[in-house]
Design a protein around this ligand. Sequence first.
Ligand code: FAD
Length: 413
Amino acid sequence: MSKDSKDIVIVGAGLIGSSVAMNLARLSKRAVTVLDLDLEGSFSSSELNAGGVRAIWNQPLNAALARHSIAYYETVRDEIGFRQRGYFWMHSRANWEQARKRLASNPHLADLGIEYLTPDEIRKRYGFIDRVDDLGGATFSPKDGLLNPNLLKLHYRAAAREAGVEFVDRSWVRKVRAQEDGSLELDVNVFPSSLSEDEVKSVLVSESEASSISSLGTHVMRARSLVHCTGAWARRFAEGLGKTSPCKAIKRQMSLFECRDVDLTACGMFVDSSGVYFHPEAKYILAGFATPEQAHGYDFEYGGEEFFQNRIWPRLAERSSKFANLKHVTGMAGLYEVSPDMSAVIGRVPGLDRVFEAHSFSGRGAMQSYAAGLALAELIHFGAYRTLEVSALSGTRFEAADRSKWVPEGLLI
Ligand SMILES: Cc1cc2nc3c(=O)[nH]c(=O)nc-3n(C[C@H](O)[C@H](O)[C@H](O)COP(=O)(O)OP(=O)(O)OC[C@H]3O[C@@H](n4cnc5c(N)ncnc54)[C@H](O)[C@@H]3O)c2cc1C
């Protein structure tokens, strides 16, 4: 066993850990080290997502985090492939009035130029949407759009590295012990750089610490402060901290398909009232659907042609006659990291003064990553939030028996 001392250690180098690292490095002179089992992130949610970015959320706090992030993405638009081509969200007759009122009354959305369209206007706007009888209306939010999540992560990391942040690969943090002086002692399993993708997956899907893949050994590291950005592994990481977490991982799948009759290349994101969402992806279309009966857990198996034929295609075909003939190409499964109220957990870990957390973005980590990273960096550096007040997202809200402190978000896909 070897021992070394660090100042601030961030566990998890996905979009959130990388954004916290960049923002911390920009604010403070403290040395920052980021640890991850797999810096490449082959199974991280940050590499397996739809890249959608929208400010339209029911909760003002979720809208504010996304809006603040969008303002930043606009400044690095080309570097991260940010295309502000809008979100077109179709609502059933039953949901329309409530959806419209909620968005219209959210003060964080007032100046975004959101359009509210009738079924006739939907058909006129997008000729291929020719089956609208079941729809009450749709919103079009022009400032929303799509980005390349891999490029965004690389942007955060490059800026962080430039400011002196160190990223360490093949390191799995197994346990954390708080010391009497408040500092932390970490048991870090170190794996060889030759670890294959299957071996990485094996460590990540193991429900216990007893993964069948053996490490090179345990390295003991000391840190003055710790930041926990472990995404879908938050529950497992909490156990290593001696805590329990109410957050869970759940599989979400997306299919890539060819559609000869519809060209979406100049469009942004479409969300159908059935729950299917789709957007252009190079010369194909990418569509996702949250299977309602999906069990929680670490599962990366993509359902293939069957998932596409049973879950995606029928819903698209009901919306447009042009979707009658689609050819499945491939697909993927990644993990959503969901909290009980479907809003993120950001703040100090309850009961541990020098441990901070940002995780469980419940399907919106790419679009909130900049502002979430900035907020947490400010809390660590100044001891208080400055730019955005996000204390309502502290994990303490799940400790009380009553749910009055929850931040329930319902505008989900
Ligand atoms: C199918 C799908 C579609 C999505 N679509 C969108 C979308 O359109 N827009 C959007 O904003 N969001 C979307 N999301 C959600 C978004 O991808 C996530 O919210 C975001 O990527 C979370 O980032 P993260 O950094 O918290 O987690 P991750 O990217 O998963 O990173 C966590 C990292 O922590 C590491 N780690 C975990 N535990 C340990 C440990 N003990 N020691 C060392 N390392 C550890 C892991 O290896 C991993 O690299 C989607 C997600 C999925 C699955």
